[in-house]
Design a protein around this ligand. Sequence first.
Ligand code: AOF
Ligand code: ZN
Length: 362
Amino acid sequence: MSFSATDHALMARALRLAERGAYTTRPNPMVGCVLARDGEVVGEGWHQRKGGPHAEVFALRAAGERARGATAYVTLEPCAHHGSTPPCADALIAAGVARVVAAMRDPFPQVDGAGFARLRAAGIVVEYGLLEAQARELNRGFLARIERGRPWLRVKLAMSLDGRTALANGESKWITGEAARADVQRWRARSGALLTGARTVLADDPQLTVRLPDTEVVPPLRVVLDPGLVSLGRSRVREGDAPTLYVHAPDACIPQDMAVAHVAAPVRGARLDLAAVLRLLAERGINEVQVEAGPTLAGAFLQAGLVDELLLYVAPVLLGAKARPLLDGLAIDTMAQRLRMSLLDSRQVGEDLRLLLRPQAD
Ligand code: AOF
Ligand code: ZN
């Protein structure tokens, strides 16, 4: 299939619209739609919230009669199912759209090609695959959940120039600067869950909430991995407006008055089975998980091969050899076992350096 420069530009525009839903659409994907006639935009929209209208419906409403004969640029295959709303394919057909260009097929089992088929059956020209890589990148969380049954896992870490995260006594709060901490808030806001361990809860008492002034954010689920429920009642994690989930071992002693949501996950030895924990979160509609934990849990996720990306802040400071290392428990004895990462993005955030890394596929 060949696409024109206009097609490219309008799909790029639809992708930017889709991104506006980054903090609010989950568990649904981000979707943008642009309706154009002869390259001129006649309507546009994006999916804002689960339960609300899909992107196509907003664009069709904006276009009105001008949708007739138009091309619809959509970042995801128009749906064919009756979910929270009627099928977008039907809405496009009813409006008299002539051509639909989609960035990608929707792997959601109730759609998965059925949207394209329905449009084609109505005589609409359907093409897809335009800026697909960008569309997949945008919805990597949703796609991971639907295609692998596991959320996309991001591990956020902050370290000194010499790879240390805290002094020997555990003191760590001042490593990165204010700009980096504000940046972390935006990454939190796009996450369906913020995951930490009991040890971090006891040591740092994080709130794990999103604090972004004047920005609408669906609060991420706070997930505490606490096999024995030892951190219960001793943390701020239960406060605030965000939902919380404790994950514990099957044999944990559950207090009678436990007011927080909790679920048991299988164990491997003394530790929770991390792959099973992620499956549990996917079943709860979590697309992206951001791990904000200490060296042990971060190391365990890496060791298990479950990490999709590392968000690493490097502060221009030296903490010395007595300070704590970035990761624990990575069993690497030979060069052949080294974990290679690809650098996707690097930039300065305030005084600090931010790296986005993904494990290299071998
Ligand atoms: C579209 N356009 O803008 C979106 C789509 O039951 P619902 O309404 O929440 O539908 C959820 C599913 O619909 C979601 O999993 C995905 O497959 C599709 N999302 N489809 O045509 C949109 N957001
Ligand atoms: Zn739809």
